[in-house]
Write a protein that binds this ligand. Structure first.
Ligand SMILES: [Zn+2]
Length: 529
């Protein structure tokens, strides 16, 4: 059926080509498609990534956003990897190949599917942030009929770039050098074989000064520098002939020469990039894009049709949003790298704040479901399944049923509360940093993140217990006692014997004593579960 849709769309596209590809091939936003066509293809496989440069941001700080869209069981926890020094001769094992390690890998936080080394989106300690997109190119089409040696995936390239680059330019340099050396081939979709799950990649990489769009086809690539305004990418090549660096003859129009226009994902990407560009244009007018508007873009829907927030629709849209990352970059050492993340569908999620400068990372965010986090060939892993211990899966499970507007408003108010509180925490942290009390600043930020994650989880359990379908009576131990860098633990108890009651106890593990207990009671189940 999906093939049928693809063929139908491709035929339709033939009639639309003059519209989709304007005479000015540099134009980032294609002219409009027929509405009925746009409605259908906007529900296809996709990711979306966007950046707001200083001049278009309401705070004068660069902001970055990405929704990662994956197969529904592709659990995508958020990982923290500290800076690490490696001995000579060390190697790094990826899904399909093993390559030499560098002497130092920088600290990173990134969203990483349960089976792979790489990140779908992430940020490093130098304030470089990156997201990638699957793109379908003519080179990929040839590779599918004549498969090359297995190499790197786009997710591998993204994380390796962040681990090795101090600026956006350094990151794309790392990525392109690795690409030229090892190539990109190997399934990027769990349980799917290479020929069906491999794809070429584009990247949007930003630091506080500039952003780069990097688009690749096999081992070829072009890159375009962005310094002002806004920019977005989706599942289609977008760079015309005005790129700044690349492997192709000067002036080669990458979009025209390399796009596989017979592929429905390319069509979907064109329409979705147009949608995000339009939203960014609207929001950047006036006082500039706000953090709430970055979240609104991630939550965009078009009527009943899935939008940038991608929902799975059988036979039409095989994937759905697995997580959403928004990063606010610092303009100087006196500012923080502020990370906002929600698992699963952002329209049913709660963004929580995290920091590169914190003294720890809530390890519950890194938990997968029934399957352990691993580095395995995608075709060699099973489907991950729900586990109460996994923050990602709890939000994913809750997202599978409808959510009423009261719950959404409650979640919004919680997020707004986090943002308001961050305004105070930020001031305190920066004062501590200026006084060289770095460890106190780090503890302040770490405690704040822990508290927000606890609050988000408590609110999810409070408002969405029926959607979670937890058997009664149930006890959910959500944070382990010896959780590595996490110093605290929360225990949640769900008891259905008294209608719906959620008891939350926050314990100090080191002192083994209960510090706080909160009990929530929902008098009547919210509507529309
Ligand atoms: Zn949604």
């Amino acid at each position: 059926m999906r093939a049928f849709v693809a063929v139908a769309m491709s035929i339709a596209l033939l009639f639309c080509l003059p519209v989709v590809l304007p005479a000015n091939a540099q134009e980032a936003v294609p002219a409009s498609l027929p509405k009925e066509l746009e409605d259908v293809i906007s529900g296809s496989y996709s990711c979306d990534t966007w950046v707001v440069m200083k001049d278009a941001s309401n705070t004068g700080r660069v902001m970055f956003g990405k929704n990662s869209d994956r197969l529904p069981f592709d659990c995508q926890p958020l990982m923290y990897h500290p800076r690490q020094v490696w001995t000579d001769g060390s190697t790094v094992r990826l899904e399909y190949i093993e390559i030499p390690q560098v002497n130092v890998t920088y600290a990173t936080i990134g969203a990483s599917p349960y089976w792979c080394y790489g990140y779908e989106m992430g940020v490093n300690e130098y304030g470089v942030v990156a997201g990638n997109e699957a793109i379908w190119t003519r080179s990929l089409k040839e590779a599918k009929s004549n498969p090359p040696e297995r190499g790197l995936t786009g997710m591998d390239l993204l994380r390796l770039g962040l681990e090795r680059g101090k600026t956006a330019y350094e990151v794309i340099t790392v990525i392109t050098q690795l690409l030229e050396k090892y190539g990109q081939w190997g399934s990027g979709e769990p349980t799917v074989k290479d020929e069906d799950g491999s794809y070429d990649n584009s990247f949007l990489v930003a630091d506080s000064s500039e952003a780069w769009v990097l688009e690749t086809a096999g081992k070829d690539w072009v890159a375009k520098r962005i310094t002002t305004g806004t920019r977005s990418i989706s599942n289609a090549p977008s760079i015309g002939g005005d790129w700044d660096e690349g492997t192709l003859p000067p002036g080669t129009n990458f979009k025209l020469h390399y796009s596989d226009f017979m592929n429905i994902e390319t069509l979907s990407g064109i329409t979705r990039q147009r949608k995000s560009s339009s939203l960014l244009y609207d929001y950047s007018s006036g006082d500039g894009v706000t953090l709430r508007e970055m979240m609104a873009i991630a939550r965009e829907h078009k009527g009943s049709i899935p939008g940038i927030c991608m929902h799975q629709i059988p036979l039409i849209s095989p994937s759905q949003t697995a997580g959403s990352l928004i990063v606010v970059l610092p303009n100087s050492d006196n500012e923080l790298i502020e990370i906002w993340w929600t698992p699963s569908l952002p329209c049913k999620g709660i963004y929580v704040p995290l920091f590169m400068d914190a003294n720890g990372f809530p390890d519950i965010l890194s938990r997968t479901g029934k399957l352990e986090k691993s580095v395995s060939p995608a075709w060699n892993v099973g489907e991950d399944e729900f586990s109460m211990d996994s923050y990602w899966w709890l939000f994913k499970k809750a997202s599978e049923s409808d959510m009423d507007s009261v719950t959404r408003e409650t979640f919004d108010n919680l997020e707004i509360g986090f943002e308001n509180e961050l305004n105070m925490i930020r001031e305190q942290a920066l004062i501590l940093k200026r006084e060289n009390r770095e460890s106190e600043a780090a503890a302040l930020l770490g405690d704040f993140s822990e508290k927000c994650v606890d609050s988000a989880l408590s609110m999810l359990l409070k408002m969405r217990l029926p959607a979670l379908d937890i058997e009664s009576p149930a006890t959910v131990n959500l944070l382990s006692v010896d959780g590595g860098i996490t110093s605290k633990r929360s225990t949640f108890s769900a008891d259905f014997s008294d209608n719906i009651k959620v008891k939350v106890a926050i314990c100090d593990v080191a002192e083994n004593r209960e510090m706080e207990e909160r009990t929530f009671r929902v008098l009547s189940p919210p509507k529309e579960f």
